[in-house]
Design a protein around this ligand. Structure first.
Ligand code: NAP
Length: 252
């Protein structure tokens, strides 16, 4: 184990935005715990990091499960090193109009995003405080501003912003920053599922979103990874409690 290398935990890193963030933080020089529900699903991200010469560990855990998160962090400390960077990226959607939204769909979304970010941040903060350095990056969304069919998701993503600001206030004295990234439309399996739900082809969906976006394109996971890389960097230590909309135009 390289005792001087910073270690990051990225949740939901088997694919999509989380996988891009994990790879980017590795190329920035960090050891990366690639955490997702199914450990075997992390293999692709982990292999790609190792092939590029980085250090990565696949960790299977449900971020909404307290004991599972504690065990995951203990394993990361043992096998990779004490984590001082947490990227709370794991997420799900359970979209429906309010009158059709079930309590289960409400609770599932709250659990993964909010309870998950709380549990993972709480479990890792000890190591950040010990080292008097840390970075927490939470994935919010432009949906935090309101989005039809997403009462649960938009509430959770607005909650991520409140959590971020409080973590920034509480942990700032220990050299820890906390910031949120609020992506617009990013091409992943999540947005492909949204297209399917609303009954349009993914290609048409992408084209219509690009046409409405000031920079005239849709986002890719690397756009979010680039922003996460900045927030985690040494030089970003005076940026804390912020929400950065990464949406190809002004939001918020
Ligand atoms: P994605 O492709 O659906 O990937 C999400 C990952 O999180 C999946 O690998 C999923 O695992 C994992 N996950 C789900 N529940 C989990 C749990 N309880 N514990 C651990 N891992 C869990 O999503 P994405 O588009 O990359 O989104 C990543 C983050 O960005 C999410 O927080 C999302 O809300 C946010 N975001 C995305 C967009 C966008 O346009 N794509 C826009 C704004 C914000 P399984 O495959 O096993 O379910």
């Amino acid at each position: 184990m390289d005792g001087n290398q910073r270690v990051a935990v990225v949740s939901g890193a088997a694919r999509g935005i989380g996988a891009a963030i994990a790879k980017r933080l590795s190329s920035d020089g960090l050891g990366v715990a690639v955490l997702d529900l199914d450990e075997s699903a992390c293999a692709e991200t982990v292999d790609s990091i190792r092939e590029a010469g980085g250090r990565a560990l696949a960790v299977g855990a449900d971020v909404s499960d307290e004991a599972g998160v504690e065990a995951a962090i203990a394993r990361i400390v043992d096998e990779l090193g004490a984590p001082t960077v947490v990227v709370n990226n794991a997420g799900i959607t359970r979209d429906n109009l309010l009158f059709k939204m079930s309590v289960d769909d409400w609770d599932a979304v709250m659990s993964v995003h909010l309870r998950g970010a709380f549990l993972l941040s709480r479990a890792a903060q000890k190591y950040m405080v010990e080292q008097k350095w840390g970075r927490i990056v939470n994935l919010s969304s432009t949906s935090a501003l309101g989005n039809r069919g997403q009462a649960n998701y938009s509430a959770a993503k607005a909650g991520m912003q409140g959590l971020t600001k409080t973590l920034a206030v509480e942990l700032g004295p220990f050299g820890v920053t906390a910031n949120a990234i609020a992506p617009g439309f990013i091409v992943t399996e999540m947005t492909a599922a949204t297209a399917e739900r609303i009954g349009v082809s993914f290609e048409d969906f992408k084209a219509s979103v690009a046409a409405e976006t000031p920079v005239r394109r849709i986002g890719v996971p690397e756009d979010i990874a680039h922003t996460a890389s900045f927030l985690v960097s040494e030089g970003a230590g005076f940026v804390s409690g912020q929400v950065i909309y990464v949406a190809g135009g002004p939001k918020g």
